[in-house]
Design a protein around this ligand. Structure first.
Ligand SMILES: *Cc1c(COP(=O)(O)O)cnc(C)c1O
Length: 232
């Protein structure tokens, strides 16, 4: 297989933009680190994913457990250093499946889910669990139909997650679709700092450069890498 595919070209373009935006971050020593690119491969098949792996991409994001279960175990067998990120909502009845497949869960957003994850971590054979880190999803625009914990309940949830001894590393958000994301990214950064959390999962195809300038440590980019999706 040649790596000179359109997907490889898109990856190089996005990586260049990430490197450039990362250099423009002005806030002290943690700025020297480049933001991590999570390639969002939802709805795309192995044929699309293979060229990304060939050029060295290792972090991938999926939003549906079932789709990820059909796609990834085989790929991971051949490339064991792949890191899978769950970026979509997690139902409590899928918690065990999620812990076994995903290295990072970005979408912790309620007490009951934390309880289920803590229970499952106790019950499951530790060797079968991949999940090493998790983030809390914040409903940063306080939108009525969005997932994520409301901003004013975040402190309570952070305390609960820490008490349950989950490996909490940061915060994630999706700003309101039709607004300038700047104040929302800035607010997430402020909330993370207040709670002493280092990772900030924010920024998608249309706004990842803006997110990086405001401190994103992980950007979740799909269509700018793989092309337009037919669904979701
Ligand atoms: C689909 C999705 C993305 C990627 O969106 P693009 O606009 O294709 O980059 C990022 N984050 C979440 C939570 C998603 O569901």
């Amino acid at each position: 297989m040649t790596i000179n595919t359109p997907i490889a070209t898109q990856f190089l373009e996005v990586q260049t933009k990430i490197a450039h935006a990362s250099k423009q971050v002005l806030s002290g020593s943690d700025s020297m680190k480049k933001s991590k690119l999570i390639a969002v491969s939802k709805t795309f098949s192995q044929e699309h994913i293979a060229p990304a792996i060939a050029i060295g991409q290792r972090h991938f994001g999926e939003n549906r457990i079932q789709e990820a279960q059909t796609k990834w175990p085989n790929i991971i067998k051949n490339t064991p250093d792949i890191q899978l990120h769950l970026i979509g909502p997690l139902q409590t009845n899928k918690v065990a499946d999620a812990l076994k497949l995903f290295d990072v869960i970005h979408t912790i957003d309620r007490i009951k889910l934390v309880q289920k994850i803590a229970d499952a971590r106790e019950k499951l054979d530790a060797n079968t669990i991949r999940m090493k880190e998790c983030l809390i999803q914040v409903n940063i625009g306080d939108e009525s139909q969005k997932f994520g914990i409301p901003v004013n309940e975040l402190s309570h949830l952070v305390a609960y997650v820490r008490e349950a001894k989950l490996p909490l590393c940061g915060l994630m958000c999706i700003p309101p679709f039709d607004k300038d994301p700047t104040p929302y990214f800035a607010l997430l950064k402020k909330l993370a700092r207040e709670h002493q959390l280092l990772e900030l999962s924010m920024g998608m195809s249309k706004d990842f450069e803006c997110a990086i300038k405001l401190g994103a440590t992980m950007v979740r980019v799909g269509s700018a890498l793989f092309g337009r999706r037919d669904t979701s």
